[in-house]
Write a protein that binds this ligand. Structure first.
Ligand SMILES: [Zn+2]
Length: 487
């Protein structure tokens, strides 16, 4: 499998540290507000990666953090704590806010068919680990104390900008609203590992530390939580592209300084979801959540398909027309699958192998999900039996997560009920054999009995019933028809 690696700017043959095992770390949400649909796109594409690695037979351990402390409203180490900001906005405690939005996040994941990671760790559960890593960084000379805080010293690194030659203007103090100069930093890229000098006296969550009562910086949590569960060698680290700098850059700086060796081999970044006004962001006030979409009547699976139709390494522009098109495509796809006949028996292995090869070709090439979606149509068009098609579609959908077979089963049931309803309304009379072979002669007799009853010729109706009874046929009247069984 070829996977693009942000570290090398190349598609590389995927490899793991341990044969057959993948240690996958995902930056989780900062739980101060609902996730917007751009955040959710990132988690969905990471979910496809996770599921495809499992499809390939890897034993995947996926770990995700929940940022419930220490993420400031600026990506630099300035601004207000996002959690505190959320608590103020909603007149709740920080822990209430964290609980509420953590639940909301996993509810979105469930609706979008995103597999819940194997390990979910809130930052507030790992304070001793953060303190330990900071102590080691201080001992090794990669960190210093100034003005009450502990900072990482980026001048000690051979290379700091691992992903890109970053535009210096992005870091210029005062350019962005709310960014103030931190006079304690020795170098402009230095970042806080531990705060004790909070500008906000009502900082709700504080812990004891060797440097005084305070709270951790944001970046330290991902390094520590990853190492706690995945050990010193990570295979893939995922996140949105906006996390590449400074968050992931700082994660690498402190992790490799701490470990003394390379930490993570592959960096998987999902690009932005933009709307007509540009990059989607929570700081702009109103923003699109999954509930906004479902309140308008969209199936979350339509949004999943909308995202899968585009490559994760491209910026995707969200439009309602685009979502409408995806909804139409999704419904048509489900209807075609619903029309396939289920049956027992062996799968046409030759056909299945040919179809699997196409699907793998798409995803082996840097997770090309839009071609993988096309492979679903190849299955529907392929000259093989419906049983094989359903089996292969089920396999593919275990990766794509579009809930196709369940949606098709639901549609089939709806169609059956609609047909029964229509037949009832049209006064149709259905005769069905129960637990015995259908017998046309018997069915004709039952219909004749029905006609007799309708004509109020009850003597004739009873005669037919008795005659059938003598042959061991029992008639059971049901709404819109009758069932019969042979005793
Ligand atoms: Zn992170």
């Amino acid at each position: 499998m070829l996977l693009y690696n942000s570290l090398t700017h190349n598609k590389e043959e995927f490899f793991t540290n341990e044969p057959g095992k993948v240690k996958l770390y995902t930056c989780g949400p900062t739980v101060y507000h609902y996730a917007h649909i751009g955040n959710l796109r990132t988690y969905m594409m990471e979910d496809v990666l996770d599921k495809y690695l499992r499809y390939l037979g890897y034993d995947v351990l996926r770990v995700m953090n929940i940022t419930d402390v220490g993420h400031l409203s600026s990506d630099a180490d300035t601004g207000e704590d996002k959690m505190l900001k959320g608590a103020r906005r909603e007149h709740k405690t920080v822990m209430e806010i964290a609980k509420f939005y953590t639940d909301a996040f996993f509810d979105d994941c469930r609706r979008l068919n995103i597999r819940i990671p194997d390990v979910i760790e809130p930052a507030t559960g790992c304070i001793p680990e953060f303190i330990h890593m900071i102590e080691v960084l201080l001992e090794k000379g990669y960190a210093y104390q100034a003005g009450g805080n502990v900072y990482f010293d980026t001048s000690k690194l051979k290379e700091y900008y691992v992903f890109n030659k970053h535009e210096e203007e992005d870091l210029m103090v005062g350019v962005r609203e709310g960014v103030e100069e931190d006079v304690n930093k020795r170098n402009k890229n230095d970042f806080v590992l531990w705060f004790t000098k909070s500008k906000f006296e009502d900082q709700a969550l504080k812990w004891d530390s060797p440097w005084g009562v305070g709270y951790p910086g944001w970046h330290i949590e991902c390094s520590c939580i990853s190492m706690k569960h995945c050990g010193e060698y990570l295979d893939i680290h995922c996140g949105g592209i906006d996390n590449a700098f400074p968050h992931h850059t700082n994660e690498i700086a402190q992790s490799e300084a701490y470990l003394g060796h390379k930490w993570c081999n592959f960096w998987f970044h999902v690009l932005h979801l933009n709307d007509a006004s540009g990059k989607m962001s929570k700081s702009k006030g109103a923003f699109l959540t999954l509930s906004v979409l479902t309140d308008k009547g969209y199936d979350p699976m339509a949004y999943r398909l909308f995202c899968l139709q585009s490559h994760y390494r491209r910026n995707l522009v969200f439009t309602w027309e685009g979502l409408d098109n995806a909804a139409v495509t999704y419904n048509k796809l489900v209807a075609r699958i619903a029309a396939l006949k289920e049956s027992d028996g062996a799968v046409d292995e030759e056909a299945a192998a040919a179809l699997r090869a196409k699907f793998r070709e798409a995803l082996d090439n840097d997770l090309n999900t839009s071609l993988a979606v096309t492979a679903l149509y190849d299955v529907l068009k392929y000259k093989t039996d419906d049983r094989t098609k359903l089996a292969v579609l089920g396999e593919f959908d275990a990766v794509l997560g579009l809930n196709l077979l369940d949606a098709a089963a639901k549609k089939r049931e709806e169609q059956k009920q609609a047909a029964a309803q229509a037949a009832k309304q049209a006064g149709a009379y259905t005769v069905v054999a129960e637990g015995c072979e259908p017998d046309t002669a018997v069915e004709e007799q039952i219909r004749a009995r029905y006609d007799a009853k309708k004509a109020k010729n009850f003597a004739e109706a009873d005669r037919i019933r008795d005659e059938l009874k003598a042959q061991g046929i029992e008639i059971i009247d049901v709404p819109g028809g009758a069932k019969y069984r042979k005793n």
